[in-house]
Design a protein around this ligand. Structure first.
Ligand SMILES: NC(=O)C1=CN([C@@H]2O[C@H](COP(=O)(O)OP(=O)(O)OC[C@H]3O[C@@H](n4cnc5c(N)ncnc54)[C@H](O)[C@@H]3O)[C@@H](O)[C@H]2O)C=CC1
Ligand SMILES: O=C1O[C@H](COP(=O)(O)O)[C@@H](O)[C@H](O)[C@H]1O
Length: 253
């Protein structure tokens, strides 16, 4: 990639995982929501993704965008997701096409399909011997307002891809935790995304050739109800981690 990559939500956890793995691999431009307490190692601007002038400044001169900024809380209010997630994402896309950006990577979520986890399927679907598997071709089925906003972000990307030929990759991120999988949380272990796999996956979204993709962003967990086959095929994603190899905080395999 010759030009910088814009990372929105750059003060957050997913950005931390990406920058831990890929800080030296790209020229980064960070969009922070509030002024940093320490000087970042990369070019940065401060502002809100719902502010058109901030967003215009952020996308200027970048080749690709990883759009993470938004309200990540499953319990977030409609007002918050409407503003931060839906309006913010649309403004980012609009500015991206106006600036001639080539590719847009969007942080979608497991919550875009959370309502597939029906009482008759759970908790069995979180276990390795269950064969229920979502592969990204299913319609969204959100279980909360946050999930609606993430599914809407995917649809916004579909429009901007079809209308403006922007390459778009939607990553339905599972449960990102540093160091080890979530403890005493079967669902979280089934959708664990390790920090190294998060960085690697986003590196692939910046390097692979694609048109419009929806992939699941989880590690290669024995327990899984999200297929990672599309990420392997379309992006050449090769995760290294597996929540089954952990007992609490200890790696046992
Ligand atoms: N952490 C996880 O396991 C998962 C995260 N995601 C998605 O990944 C993205 C990043 O999530 P995290 O890093 O976990 O959250 P986070 O809360 O740690 O980071 C999000 C960042 O976005 C910023 N932000 C929020 N609203 C903004 C606005 N209107 N303008 C500019 N910046 C704004 C926040 O200040 C924060 O720094 C979110 O879009 C979330 O929906 C999806 C699935 C799982
Ligand atoms: O989209 C998200 O999903 C993860 C995992 O969901 P949870 O229901 O198991 O907590 C969540 O931790 C993260 O904050 C959210 O943005």
């Amino acid at each position: 990639m010759d030009e910088p990559v814009l990372l929105t939500g750059a003060g957050g956890r997913v950005a931390e995982a990406i920058l831990e793995g890929l800080a030296d691999d790209y020229e980064w431009k960070l969009l922070l929501h509030s002024p940093p307490t320490e000087e970042p190692d990369h070019e940065f601007i401060v502002g809100d993704v719902t502010d058109e002038s901030t967003v215009r400044e952020a996308v200027a001169g970048v080749e690709a965008i990883i759009h993470l900024a938004g309200d990540p809380r499953p319990e977030a209010s409609w007002e918050s997701v409407l503003t931060n997630n839906i309006d913010g994402t649309q403004k980012m896309y609009e500015a991206a096409v106006a600036a001639g950006v080539d590719r847009f990577v969007y942080a979608s979520s497991n919550h875009a399909v959370g309502a597939f986890e029906t009482p008759d399927r759970t908790p069995e679907m979180y276990r390795p011997d269950d064969d229920f598997l979502l592969d990204g071709t299913e319609f969204p089925r959100p279980g909360n307002h946050y999930g609606i906003s993430k599914a809407t972000g995917e649809v916004i990307g579909r429009y901007y891809h079809d209308e403006y030929d922007l390459s778009v990759c939607n990553v339905r991120i599972g449960n990102l935790t540093r160091g080890h999988p979530p403890i005493d949380y079967e669902r979280g272990q089934a959708m664990w995304l390790s920090y190294p796999d998060c960085a690697h996956l986003h590196q692939r979204t910046l390097e692979a050739d694609y048109e419009f993709e929806i992939v699941y962003g989880i590690s290669d967990n024995d327990r899984k109800y999200y297929s990672i086959e599309r990420a392997r095929e379309a992006l050449d994603y090769e995760p290294q981690d597996n929540s089954a190899e952990w007992d609490g905080e200890q790696k046992v395999a």
